[in-house]
Design a protein around this ligand. Structure first.
Ligand code: TMP
Ligand code: ASP
Length: 237
């Protein structure tokens, strides 16, 4: 397997084709953006940390029966993945009120939710990734009802697995965003699972250990990502 050419460059990752038509290389960058790209910056070592943290979570999920696009790590910043036809829907799962849910519903940040809340967002930068429902997904033909059902089921299974694992590390999984795609007709988990795409709070202190430190200018951003990596793996990056 050889890396061939840059296929796509996003805000946080570069994607390369390979000599295998079904496989891609994901190269994680240190660039950070927020608020649909309005805020720009860099987080030292973020690419390395998100690559390794995502690899850890995808491996844990595979052990627990949830398949993903992840194949293996290639280097500090690169992983090999299966090539998906991305479904342009972001799936957010929330266990506590935070971020846009707090703003939209007037719930104080940190309010526990009586059950996990599942949300869909239309992955469309020009529209600012609007909140959508299953009817919107159907009329825009973004996914079939069966595919929406498969995404929802997997997203909630991921929630159980990650919430339990993180609890043993004294971390709270507040919320997170997943993306899915089609691989040989199957709905498969893709993208990344990292402090860029999840909210992690220290269970005792309530300290934020995720990208909210960058979004809200709280400082200690790299240290927060390092702390997540350290708790997951017991080592430094
Ligand atoms: P929100 O509260 O801003 O809607 O974010 C919910 C979760 O989704 C949070 O864990 C961060 C993640 N997220 C992304 O991964 N990408 C995004 O573009 C946004 C807005 C949120
Ligand atoms: N995906 C968002 C953006 O740049 C970042 C975020 O808030 O996580 O634009």
């Amino acid at each position: 397997m050889e890396k061939i050419a840059l296929l796509y460059e996003g805000k946080a990752k570069r994607i390369y084709t390979t000599t295998e038509p079904d496989l891609l290389v994901v190269d994680y960058k240190d660039d950070a953006t927020a608020f649909n790209g309005l805020k720009k910056g860099r987080i030292a070592n973020k690419g390395v940390l998100n690559n390794k943290i995502s690899a850890f979570f995808f491996t844990l999920l595979a052990k627990c029966g949830v398949e993903s696009h992840y194949v293996r790590l290639l280097s500090d910043r690169e992983m090999l993945v299966k090539k998906l036809k991305i479904i342009p829907v972001e799936v957010v799962v929330r266990n506590y009120a935070a971020g846009s849910l707090s703003q939209r519903l007037g719930l104080k940040e940190g309010t526990p939710l009586a059950r996990p809340v599942l949300e869909f967002y239309y992955k469309n930068d020009a529209l600012g990734d609007p909140l959508i429902n299953e009817d919107h997904i159907a009329v825009l033909a973004l996914a079939t009802p069966a595919q929406v059902g498969a995404m929802a089921k997997q997203a909630l299974t991921v929630n159980r697995i990650l919430t339990e694992h993180l609890k043993t590390l004294n971390l709270i999984l507040v919320d997170y965003k997943l993306e899915f795609g089609l691989y040989q007709g199957q709905v498969l988990l893709g993208d990344e699972i990292s402090p860029d795409t999840c909210r992690f709070w220290e269970a005792t202190t309530g300290e934020k250990l995720d990208k909210d430190r960058f979004r809200r200018d709280l400082g200690g951003v790299e240290e927060a990502y390092q702390e997540i990596y350290r708790r997951l793996t017991g080592g430094d990056c």
